[in-house]
Design a binder for this molecule. Structure first.
Ligand SMILES: O=C(CO)[C@H](O)[C@H](O)COP(=O)(O)O
Length: 225
């Protein structure tokens, strides 16, 4: 908890007056949204868009000024979590189910700041099952096509019900041994018609902030290949 909070709060220090801010989703970003709420109460002037119904509700409770995504031309900075980050700052996201909106918001952002604790750092992506959002129509066929990419795709459940995203889609959690070429896998996933979006964020992060258990945080050095 302290590690998540440390990363989340350090990221919020990057915000400046006048910014349009993207709010990610998850238990780490929860602390960022709380910290933004405190800064807004103390006079920080920003407006925000959320990547999930959950984050939007939290932001509204904290009186963070929100604008509809339809009114946004560009987002200055988005703060979001991740399930895994590799040394090149490639990510797996979507454990919390919000990957589609997160990717749309990240793509519209000048800067994507990722906040994680040290347990999320990996040498190679793939230990965490890759979330893939699929349309309900023909999901069995989509599942078979995903399997052909070398993974075991499991339909996500929640309280014994099929999990449904904020967009009315299903989620397949795809277990790979490891992901050697995230960029290539991303392209292959996009070629499957039933796939709406997947949780590989390749080359999108502008910074990865890592929280330690002792409550300190640092920016991960980026290895370029
Ligand atoms: O991608 C996400 C939601 O879709 C989250 O950012 C990711 O799952 C990390 O969550 P947490 O901070 O709770 O570990």
């Amino acid at each position: 908890m302290e590690a998540k909070r440390a990363a989340a709060e350090l990221a919020v220090e990057l915000l400046q007056d006048g910014m349009t801010v993207g709010l990610g989703t998850g238990s780490t970003v929860y602390y960022s949204i709380q910290a933004i709420g405190r800064k807004v109460a103390n006079g920080l002037s920003i407006r925000a868009v959320a990547t999930s119904v959950r984050s939007e509700m939290l932001a509204k409770e904290l009186d963070i000024p929100m604008i509809p995504f339809s009114e946004v031309e560009e987002i200055d900075m988005t703060i979001d979590g991740a399930d895994e980050a590799d040394p090149e700052w490639n990510l797996i996201k979507g454990g919390g189910g919000a990957l589609l909106r997160e990717k749309i918001v990240a793509d519209a952002s000048k800067q994507l700041i990722i906040v994680v604790d040290e347990s999320k750092l990996v040498q190679r992506l793939g230990r965490f099952p890759l979330p893939v959002e699929v349309v309900p129509f023909g999901f069995e066929l989509t599942q078979r096509k995903l399997r052909r990419l070398g993974c075991e795709p499991k339909l996500r459940m929640s309280d014994s019900q099929l999990y449904m995203t904020d967009n009315g889609n299903y989620m397949m959690d795809c277990e790979f041994d490891s992901i050697a070429q995230p960029g290539r896998l991303s392209e292959e996933l996009h070629r499957i018609p039933g796939v709406v979006e997947h949780g590989l964020f390749v080359g999108m992060a502008s910074q990865v902030i890592v929280g330690r258990l002792d409550g300190t945080a640092y920016t991960l050095d980026r290895v370029r290949t």
